[in-house]
Design a protein around this ligand. Sequence first.
Ligand code: FMN
Length: 221
Amino acid sequence: MTAAPRFAWAVTGSGHELEESLALAARLPDVDLFLSAAAEEVLPMYGRRLEALRRRFRVVRDKTASAVPVGALYAEAYHTLVVAPATSNTVAKCAVGISDSLPTNLYAQAGKLGIPSLVYACDTEPVVVTRAPHDWVTLRPRRIELRNVALLREFEATEVLASAAELEAALGRRLAALGLAWLPAQAAADFLAERGPASDAPGPDDDGAEGRVRRPGETAA
Ligand SMILES: Cc1cc2nc3c(=O)[nH]c(=O)nc-3n(C[C@H](O)[C@H](O)[C@H](O)COP(=O)(O)O)c2cc1C
């Protein structure tokens, strides 16, 4: 017997709307998180560690050049793809048909299989106030970012969302269409409370060891 299909939720390396996106993911039944390599770096900078994510979700890391885990889409393991938050990098790649990371491969293959995709794009407004790890920053997305979002809106089987409220509404519609329901709010609250301290950003001399950042002047052990 095959297992019931699940949500495939791709997380990219965006600090913008990261918490809001995870808060929605935590309220859904049966979600697997697929992290881009950048997401894996950025998540701990916002206090979200892999071990804590794994207590709530099945977590798939971007460790293969050919996006091996995407094969699960062919096995009908997923009824919906969510990309949230989606960096301007991932949006740009998706909009021109590039698939060279876990999220972009999921998006391309979901499209070819007719699996609906919900993409929460970061850069959708002329001015975006975004959360850096320790501060708030005002950004002005360029024409190219706004153009890529517009391009993506034209793709088949794709809904592009411009706010967490829009994503929540789209997920609500998807749940209803699938005959599913949101989990009780407490399920998300427990997960969200697990946020740890923000880790430092990897420095220029980062030796790549998991969670270990070498300071200038410090040598490898
Ligand atoms: C702390 C931090 C926060 C970031 N936040 C954003 C963001 O909000 N939006 C964005 O487009 N890129 C952001 N980036 C840059 C992306 O992580 C970078 O472009 C990366 O190459 C994206 O790769 P991905 O699209 O495969 O996840 C951030 C980087 C760091 C270090």
